[in-house]
Design a protein around this ligand. Sequence first.
Ligand SMILES: [Cu+2]
Length: 129
Amino acid sequence: MFASKRLAVAGLATAAACNMSPFGGGSGGNYVTVTIQDFTFAPSSVSIRAGTGVVWTNNGPSTHTATSDNGAWDSGPLGSTSGSAGGGYGSGAAGYQLVFVTPGTYTYHCSIHPPSKFPGFTGVIIVTP
Ligand SMILES: [Cu+2]
């Protein structure tokens, strides 16, 4: 499940949040996508309105995570969508989605490849009211 502590999912968001549409943003396009590939988040900076979802998709060969710097969320391991399918990370684990309902600046990284070793491998979600 898309368990996340405070910022996200359900709760304050409207209908679409509970529906967790598949990747690619369904009707309404209320999601933006961040692609993880080659040890970067692309785009590394995303600005969205509150209530918008972010979908992280791993397109590279390595397993990555999208992990909040302050522990607000952790995607867990995201396997590649293109590489070793069924690599043991469970179904649907190539992507992670989260709805941001509270304005703020949310920085995150990959817990498998931390910024201490991969300085450019960070991202930020800027949520405006
Ligand atoms: Cu990584």
